[in-house]
Design a protein around this ligand. Structure first.
Ligand code: F6R
Length: 251
C-alpha cells in the first residue's frame, strides 16, 4: 500500500476530503464506505467543510457502514446506526435513506432471533454489490490489527457476518456504556475482510504511538489473519495515512 506520513489528523482529513470531493463531482451517486471510532472524525469534518466551501451536492451520495452491535436498539446513542447518522450523515447533508448500517435490517433483534440474523450478512454484501460496490472505504485500525470488527484470526476472505466481540474490545468500549461491561453487547455484525477488499479504494487512518505496531505489521509484516489489516498489502489501491507516532515502527 501507499503510505503517507502527515503532521496531524487534520492534514490526513484534508487528503481524504480532496479525494472524496473529487470523486463525488465526477460521480454524484458515489458509494462511500463509512467507519465509526475516533480515527475518521477529522476526515469527516474536513469533508463537511469542503462540501460547504465547494457547494457539492450530497443528496445522491450513498453510504455503507462497516459494523454494528447485535441487540442494541437502533435509537441507542451508542449504536453505530446512531453514531454514523450523528457524525457523518447529518454534518455532510447526506440523504439518510441512502446510508446503510449492517444492523439496520435487524432493528435491535437479539442474538436469539436466529431467523433474522441468519441472512443479514449475506444480504448486506448483496446490497453493496447491487449498489455497484464501494468507491472509497475509510478504515481505522485496532491496536491488534483489527479492521471493522474483524479481530485477529478472522478469515481474510470473509464476508459480512455475525461475530463474537473479543473480551478486550468489550473492555475498551465499556467507556461508552457507563463503564459497565455488562451493558456492552457480546456480538456484532461486521463487513468481512473479503467485503472490505472489494472496495475500489481503501483509505486507512491511524494516529498515535499506540497504533505503531499494528501499522508496521499491516505494511511490513507477512499477510496473515493474525493481523487482519495486513490484507491491504494485496489491495490494488490502498492508501495508509499515519502521523509520525503511528509511523514510528516502520522500517
Ligand atoms: C469502526 C471499526 C473499528 C475502528 C478501530 C479503531 O467502525 O470498525 O475497527 O476503526 O477499532 O478505532 P479508533 O479509530 O477509535 O482508534
Amino acid at each position: 500500500p501507499e503510505v503517507i506520513i502527515v503532521k496531524n489528523e487534520a492534514e490526513a482529513g484534508e487528503i481524504y476530503a480532496r479525494a472524496v470531493a473529487d470523486l463525488i463531482k465526477s460521480k454524484p451517486d458515489a458509494v462511500l464506505g463509512l467507519a465509526t471510532g475516533s480515527s475518521p472524525l477529522a476526515a469527516y469534518q474536513a469533508l463537511a467543510k469542503t462540501v460547504k466551501d465547494e457547494a457539492i451536492d450530497m443528496s445522491r451520495v450513498r453510504g455503507f457502514a462497516l459494523d454494528e452491535y447485535i441487540g442494541l436498539p437502533l435509537s441507542h446513542p451508542e449504536s453505530y446506526h446512531s453514531t454514523i447518522h450523528r457524525t457523518v450523515v447529518e454534518p455532510l447533508g447526506m440523504n439518510p435513506d441512502l446510508v446503510h448500517v449492517p444492523g439496520d435490517v435487524l432493528d435491535g433483534a437479539p442474538l436469539e432471533d436466529g431467523d433474522k440474523l441468519a441472512h443479514a450478512g449475506a444480504d448486506y454484501d448483496a446490497a453493496i454489490e447491487a449498489a455497484g460496490g464501494i468507491d472509497v472505504q475509510i478504515l481505522g485500525i485496532g491496536t491488534d490489527g483489527h479492521v471493522g470488527f474483524n479481530e485477529p484470526g478472522s478469515s481474510l476472505a470473509s464476508g459480512t457476518r455475525i461475530k463474537t466481540l473479543v473480551e478486550q474490545t468489550r473492555v475498551d468500549n465499556a467507556r461508552f456504556f457507563d463503564d459497565d461491561i455488562d451493558q456492552v453487547p457480546t456480538h456484532c455484525i461486521t463487513q468481512g475482510i473479503g467485503t472490505i477488499m472489494r472496495a475500489r479504494h481503501l483509505v486507512l487512518l491511524a494516529f498515535g504511538a499506540g497504533k505503531a505496531e499494528a501499522v508496521a505489521q499491516t505494511c511490513e509484516g507477512g499477510v496473515s489473519a493474525f493481523c487482519p489489516a495486513s490484507a491491504l498489502q494485496m489491495h490494488p489501491h490502498a492508501t495508509i495515512i499515519v502521523d509520525e507516532a503511528a509511523a514510528s515502527s516502520l522500517r
